[in-house]
Design a protein. Structure first.
Length: 302
């Protein structure tokens, strides 16, 4: 019995010290959370068979990089058909200047005779009747010219109005052809691939998921007492598990602070601590390749 008491007295300080040490480790960080990033799900914008799809999970892609296309044969044929209709309609348009050339020449000569007769009449070398005849001839030819010109322009405008809907349909098909190309929207790494070459796709069907992993966001939570210690663009220390009782230290920048309090997420704290209201913050951390989505991170504000 004495031996047991001796060991108890001997081990008690050690156990107390160990518990204190564990408690100190737990409280050495000001906040903790999970790493996340903005993920983009790229979906098909058209119906058809995927003819080419050069995407693999883990592959790095650049913004604007073409990685494939959806079958465009039917759309291209429809566009050619509409273009042929437009050309056929345009071919019917009258050549206004050519068709008015005869009347225009007659009007020009009549005006010359009108002017010559006017000069002769002033010299009393022509009669008023001759002058009236040329005035009437010029007026008649002018009306004929105006009537034919108006008719030809109406015909031209009518034919052009027939081509306007066709031009709009061609623009729509051009948009379909543009959307048939699968262009990557952002710089990033492919996280998940949902489709394969030769599959049939449709608008809204996911093709792959991509995210920029160069900079990760640590979503952490601080208490109301800590709120006064944090500001936007503040540089903080971020720690990520490296192994047993080991951490890799990163430098982070506070990019967002919530203006509303919320209950502590149950994945972050214990049951008793979940009753406390906290504020979410986001910290941008430059990724060296070791930080993964969903990993835990610890924060020291000062």
């Amino acid at each position: 019995m004495k031996t047991i008491k001796f060991y108890y007295k001997f081990l008690l300080p050690i156990i107390t010290l160990a518990l204190a040490s564990c408690s100190g480790n737990k409280n050495q960080f000001d906040a903790s959370g999970n790493f996340e990033t903005d993920e983009v799900i790229v979906s098909s914008e058209v119906n058809g068979k995927i003819m080419k799809f050069d995407v693999e999970e883990g592959q790095r892609l650049k913004a604007g990089q073409n990685i494939g296309y959806v079958d465009t044969v039917t759309t291209s044929l429809q566009k050619k058909q509409l273009e042929a209709q437009v050309n056929a309609t345009i071919a019917k348009e009258p050549q206004i200047n050519v068709q008015l050339r005869v009347v225009k020449e007659q009007l020009r000569k009549a005006k010359q005779e009108q002017q010559r007769t006017s000069n002769l009449l002033a010299q009393k070398a022509a009669t008023q009747k001759e002058m009236d005849d040329w005035n009437a001839q010029v007026a008649l030819l002018q009306k004929q010219y105006d009537a034919e010109s108006s008719s030809l322009h109406i015909t031209t405008n009518s034919l052009q109005s027939e081509t306007n809907p066709l031009d709009i349909q061609i623009e729509e098909l051009d948009e379909v052809l543009r959307k048939s190309k699968i262009d990557n929207p952002i710089n990033g790494t492919v996280l998940t691939k949902y489709a394969l070459t030769d599959e049939i796709t449709m608008p809204g069907k996911p093709l792959y998921k991509i995210a920029n992993l160069d900079t990760m966001t640590l979503r952490a939570y601080i208490t109301g007492d800590q709120l006064s210690l944090v500001k936007i663009d503040q540089i903080v220390k971020v720690f990520v598990d490296k192994g047993a009782k080991q951490y890799t230290e990163y430098s982070g920048i506070v990019s967002w602070i919530s203006d509303k309090s919320e209950f502590t997420p149950k994945t972050i704290q214990t049951k008793d601590e979940r009753a406390n209201l906290v504020y979410a913050i986001k910290i941008k951390v430059k990724n060296d390749g070791f930080i993964k989505i969903g990993m835990y991170g610890e924060v020291k504000l000062q």
